[in-house]
Design a protein around this ligand. Sequence first.
Ligand code: MBD
Ligand code: FE
Length: 279
Amino acid sequence: MTTSESPTAVGSGTAATDKFLQERVSADTPPERVSAIAKDVLEALAGVIDKHGVTYPEYRVLKQWLIDIGQFGEWPLWLDVFLEHNVEEVAYRGQSGTKGSIEGPYYVADAKTLAAKCELPMRDNEVGSKLVFEGQVRDLDGNGLDGATVELWHADDEGYYSHFAPHIPDGNLRGTIVTDGEGRFEITTIQPAPYQIPTDGPTGWFIEKAGWHPWRPAHLHLMVKAPGKRTITTQLYFKDGEWIENDVATATKPELILDPKPGADGINRVTYDFVLDPA
Ligand code: MBD
Ligand code: FE
């Protein structure tokens, strides 16, 4: 791999920031709520500064680091790793279907449409053990859902995502699977590796200075949709996988763990069904 093709913190950060900026988000938050939230945020920060006797050098380092995070494009990464799980937990309140988990910074909309039984787009020489992932999308009463789609995206055998690492072709290990008339799917892919936060950027420096580790357990990302149903964004992990018990992004849940077993053909296979709440 040449230097110009090597994934860098600034490369994946900039790509994630550029992708996010294309969304042009808005939230309809009234001024009273902005005021109440902002007041509590500032009060919480005031409490931290007071409690720890934060010094001027520390304040200036913080200011420099905040500037660095922006310049490396790592706001999507830092926020999704350290804050998104709290927002997701609030969003899930009152749901009873499949548990959600964070979207993270590496979702790309409009991935290639694939049939219910399919193989995710991958390189001819894609490294990694094959994995067959099958299941059904159902409603709360157990009925299979016609018109359901399963968007799946995940890292490769080195923990890198297409669109965010320059040496991987666009669309690699990403797809929008159109399930059959009963919400069933059978997807062939490869086993992803754990994901390491880039150590050569400000999110990595932050983790290193705190003496934490930069790892997420190996995971599949999913967005499951069906007409009239609440879309679920989630992740699936692998039983006994490294970092399962101490994900840097605090995004694992016991209900979201797969346990693939080799089938008669020797290929690892696992079934996971999704249950969607009404919209
Ligand atoms: C990831 O792959 C991810 O899923 C999250 C949530 C944050 C950073 C990288
Ligand atoms: Fe991820």
